[in-house]
Design a binder for this molecule. Structure first.
Ligand SMILES: [Zn+2]
Length: 601
């Protein structure tokens, strides 16, 4: 596999690959950008074209094109490899560890099943009533085909026997969520029967699951929608319906439109609003927001003040705000959804979306319309509703601005509202803390010793002279660092001519070590200065610096030893072990002297 990766890397330039996702600005020999993996206002993300990797000084993430695409698209290494191989025109030999082989089989089955349902809709039982129904709802042939809608015919073993006949084992089929196991038996039957099928794909359009709607005139006593269960590969909390078709448009418009259901997505898409997605079968999750943020920070949502879904939508709004998204609200006429509007008057829908109001403006307007600000009771309600939203804003300036607005509107003092806000924030805190935290914690050395090790490896990476010399010393047992990357660099130094770029190609399969090497190199080679400009760190004499670290390291080790002896001494005293005490005191004395000597250096 290593050579394939090398080939891909040789054919693709990191600047081109990353440039498709983020805006890169030339800064000296490097490129800079706003980091797509953490929130920031000034760029600390660096792309090193010469060595073909990137590093973020903010969140300390590093990597090559593969790591970037994995992180950006939420892919596993193998998936990123496939996608970049395609881009580079490199043919991959079949290499499949068990897990990905299993995934391939599952995807294969789901793809076949989707085709099966499509055929049933266009040529089979569904041709008459279902196709007509979909067209009555305003969808045209092209759209139905594009979203791969289908029909699951009535009966217990349609998809099951279809797939068995194609050589798949029942256990494999069962993993896709297409079947239901009969209670107290080894029998399985089709999950979707006499239903309209909406296939749900991942960001690249691979089908992972389905939503199945009851047919018109079908058994309405059953649930209106039946969904695929969670499987090893289908996680509802990470899926945004329609993202595969919407992602380019989302980037282009720098905005995403979130609608309620699959039909809304499809209808909006047909109406020309192509940056539309929906969550399927869950409330909006932090995971989904994280995915959206890879493409844009601007989210537009529909919000019907009078609907029963008001609380759910409000929750989504709050979640978006506290994740630093900019939210706009599209108003809807009472009781109508996006699909209705798209069918009746696509132009109107487009206008409404274009006229979406920033969320705070929207709420301010609606809340003051809903209540009578001259009544004391209503004043309280306005305060509660507004603070409930304001408390989620990330930016303090913005918070203050809206408090002022509400205070003005109500004719009360700002400080009264600020006090109330503090209470509201406290109440909200528990809920916010329970969610998964965004991974922006700085990764860094945890102990002084680790810090020294990072320094020394960094010096070896930026100076081939130091690398060579340190390698020689390590090989003759003069010193050693307890670190995998160090060990590798000592072993492979000569072979890679003490050059990081060549080393990276050699350890291309070892994601962890190559990321570490890139991080340590970047930390030692560049820094962000006070003006937040990227500058190269000038090291006068790297070998001298390395030796200073070595001495510091020895001191640390002596100190650690003294600590250990100190602990043992306590134990010996407790046990009244005179002999041990004598011995330990002698040791302690010896090491103290050695340490003192080292301190003089
Ligand atoms: Zn970052």
């Amino acid at each position: 596999m290593g050579t394939e990766i090398e080939e891909i890397k040789a054919k693709l330039n990191i600047v081109d690959v990353l440039g498709e996702y983020i805006r890169l600005d030339k800064a000296g020999a490097n490129y800079r950008a706003l980091c797509p993996f953490h929130n920031e206002k000034s760029p600390s993300f660096m792309v090193n074209e010469e060595k073909q990797f990137w590093h973020c000084f903010g969140c300390q993430k590093s990597g090559d094109i593969f790591a970037f695409v994995m992180e950006m698209e939420g892919l596993e290494f193998r998936e990123a490899l496939n996608s970049l191989a395609e881009k580079a025109g490199v043919k991959l030999q079949s290499y499949s560890p068990q897990k990905s082989q299993e995934k391939n089989r599952t995807l294969e089955i789901l793809e076949l099943a989707t085709k099966f349902y499509e055929v049933q809709l266009w040529k089979g039982e569904g041709k008459e009533k279902i196709l007509k129904y979909l067209k009555d709802r305003g969808l045209n042939d092209e759209t139905i085909k594009e979203f791969r809608l289908g029909y699951a015919p009535n009966g217990w073993r349609n998809i099951l026997s279809f797939l068995l006949k194609r050589g798949y084992k029942i256990e494999e089929i069962n993993k896709t969520g297409l079947l239901v196991k009969k209670e107290n038996s080894q029998d399985y039957y089709d999950r979707f029967r006499n239903r309209i099928i909406f296939p749900i794909g991942d960001f690249s359009g691979k089908i992972l699951g389905y939503t199945a709607r009851v047919t018109p005139g079908g058994d309405e006593s059953q649930a209106k929608y039946v969904n695929s269960p969670e499987t090893d590969f289908y996680h509802k909390s990470r899926i945004l319906y329609g993202l595969d078709r919407a992602k380019i448009e989302i980037k282009k418009q720098d905005a995403i439109l979130l609608v309620e259901g699959q039909m809304d997505v499809i209808a909006s898409h047909q109406a020309g609003i192509k940056n539309t997605v929906a969550v399927s079968g869950t409330a909006l999750t932090l995971e989904q927001i994280a995915i959206i943020k890879r493409y844009t920070k601007n989210i537009q949502m529909f919000f019907d003040m009078d609907s029963a879904g008001e609380n759910a939508t409000k929750k989504s709004v709050k979640l978006c705000l506290s994740s630093g998204m900019a939210v706009r609200i599209v108003s809807l006429e009472n009781g109508k959804d996006a699909a209705d509007m798209a069918k009746e008057n696509p132009k109107k829908l487009e206008e409404n979306v274009a006229g979406a109001l920033p969320v705070m403006e929207y709420f301010l307007k609606r809340t003051f319309e809903k209540f009578d600000k001259n009544k004391v009771e209503d004043k309280k309600k306005i305060t509660t509703e507004m603070l409930d939203i304001i408390s989620n804003l990330e930016n303090e300036v913005e918070k203050n601005y809206w408090i002022k607005k509400v205070a003005q509107g109500l004719g009360v003092s700002e400080s009264a509202l600020t006090d109330e806000l503090k209470k509201a924030s406290l109440k909200d805190k528990n809920y916010k803390d329970s969610g998964p935290k965004e991974d922006i914690e700085r990764i860094g050395p945890k102990t002084k010793k680790e810090m020294l090790i990072w320094e020394m490896i960094g010096l070896m990476l930026v100076s081939s002279f130091v690398w060579k010399k340190a390698g020689e010393e390590a090989k003759t047992n003069k010193f050693f660092l307890p670190d995998n990357l160090f060990k590798l660099m000592v072993e492979k130094g000569e072979e890679v001519n003490f050059d990081l770029a060549i080393l990276l190609n050699k350890i291309i399969d070892n994601r962890e070590l190559s990321e570490k090497a890139q991080t340590l190199f970047s930390r030692k080679k560049y820094q962000l200065n006070l003006n937040n400009n990227l500058e190269e760190i000038i090291i006068e004499d790297p070998w001298k610096e390395f030796q200073a670290c070595q001495r510091e390291m020895e001191r640390e080790e002596k100190k650690e030893e003294l600590n250990r002896i100190g602990n043992d001494l306590k134990l010996a005293e407790e046990r009244n072990d005179v002999q041990a005490k004598m011995f330990l005191l002698e040791q302690s004395d010896k090491i103290s002297k050695e340490l003192a000597k080292l301190m003089e250096l």
